[in-house]
Design a protein around this ligand. Structure first.
Ligand code: ASP
Length: 338
């Protein structure tokens, strides 16, 4: 019988309205089960592991990503697939981080959650949970159909490290701006095999050392030197630079000097675009050629969530500056297109 491990971390999916305060508070998985009697009709063996305490995903941290990776590792041989119930707010960060931690993944790891708690009549939680389980259980010729870390939400399956949460109000909370969806749930579950990573042949292992010592610099017209230096002269080891359009920034000397100084001092600077769609192309305009010359790393079409988690992962991997640049600029888990 197909065996699925459900890891329940928390999030809206398992929250109820506290009658006294009106605030959403988490409840345990037993109550989730009571609200989804359909689970008993699925033909899988399901084992549940709950976080203690369960958390709102705003409280996720690299330490919890590590716990998730270790849980998957220690249960890897016993289970056919993994479903992680997770708050939607930081789901894309966790999915991105796991995509780097879980090496040679040959089994599905499907994250899901919901916009409305499972106890609400109009909830999206039931469909999300049931279909995520089905995806985690789907095999073809004995092999997993989706051997990836992915997010299932509102009838669509996204590559985790390509996803972003873009809507707080619609059931359609996620998007994958620069990569096609991996599957769609309609009357049938349709998998888009050409867009799904192949099943690896090398053995599975995990790499959980993350170094979160990074900074973020989102630029805007009128930004002052003081603000830029607060980041470039801080103790961070790397900076995600969110630029305009295809990777452009002001050519003001004080700005390029500040970045050049940071690079000389050993910081890694990764350029990603404030635009959600499209890619950074360093050197395409005069406003990015100086960045390219000084050694700014191109983040191509990576999401913010992926750039942040990938940097933490590479900083934790004890690499040289050249190796970090080379790996940041190449896909290592299907997260970017050059
Ligand atoms: N605040 C919740 C969380 O991320 C939102 C959600 O689950 O959708 O945990």
């Amino acid at each position: 019988m197909t065996k699925i491990l459900i890891i329940y971390t928390g999030g809206t999916i398992g929250m109820v309205n506290d009658a006294k305060t009106g605030v959403l508070i988490p409840f345990d998985f037993e109550q989730i089960k009571e609200n989804v009697p359909e689970l008993a009709r699925l033909d899988y063996e399901m084992v549940v592991h709950s976080f203690v305490p369960i958390i709102d995903s705003s409280n996720m941290h690299p330490d919890q990503w590590k716990i998730l990776a270790e849980l998957i590792k220690s249960n890897y041989d016993e289970f056919d697939g993994f479903v992680i119930l997770h708050g939607s707010d930081t789901m894309s960060f966790t999915a991105s981080a796991l995509s780097f931690m879980l090496k040679n993944l040959a089994k599905p790891v499907v994250l899901t959650g919901s916009q409305l708690p499972i106890g609400e009549i109009r909830t999206d939680a039931k469909e999300n949970l049931i279909t995520a389980l089905e995806i985690a259980a789907t095999k073809s010729k004995g092999k997993a159909v989706v051997p990836e870390v992915c997010i299932y939400f509102d009838n669509q399956l996204f590559r985790g490290n390509r996803s972003i949460k873009y809507n707080t109000e619609k059931f359609e909370a996620f998007r994958s701006p620069n990569y096609p969806i991996l599957a769609e749930a309609g009357v049938q579950l349709s998998f888009f095999h050409n867009d799904i990573l192949p099943v690896p042949t090398e053995p599975f292992y995990i790499q959980t050392k993350f170094d979160a010592n990074i900074g973020v610099l989102k630029i805007y017209p009128g930004m002052t030197e003081e603000v830029v230096y607060a980041v470039t002269r801080s103790k961070v080891k790397a900076i995600v630079l969110e630029t305009f359009g295809s990777g452009n920034a002001t050519t003001a000397k004080w700005f390029t000097d500040a970045l050049a100084e940071a690079i000389e001092n050993g910081k890694h600077i990764v350029d990603i675009s404030q635009c959600q769609r499209g890619s950074v192309q360093l050197g395409m305009y005069e406003t990015s050629s100086e960045l390219k010359k000084m050694g700014v790393i191109s983040g191509y079409d990576m999401t913010f969530e992926t750039a942040v988690t990938k940097l933490m992962y590479l900083l934790g991997a004890d690499l040289t500056a050249e190796e970090i640049k080379a790996q940041m600029e190449a896909p290592i888990a299907g997260e970017l297109t050059k």
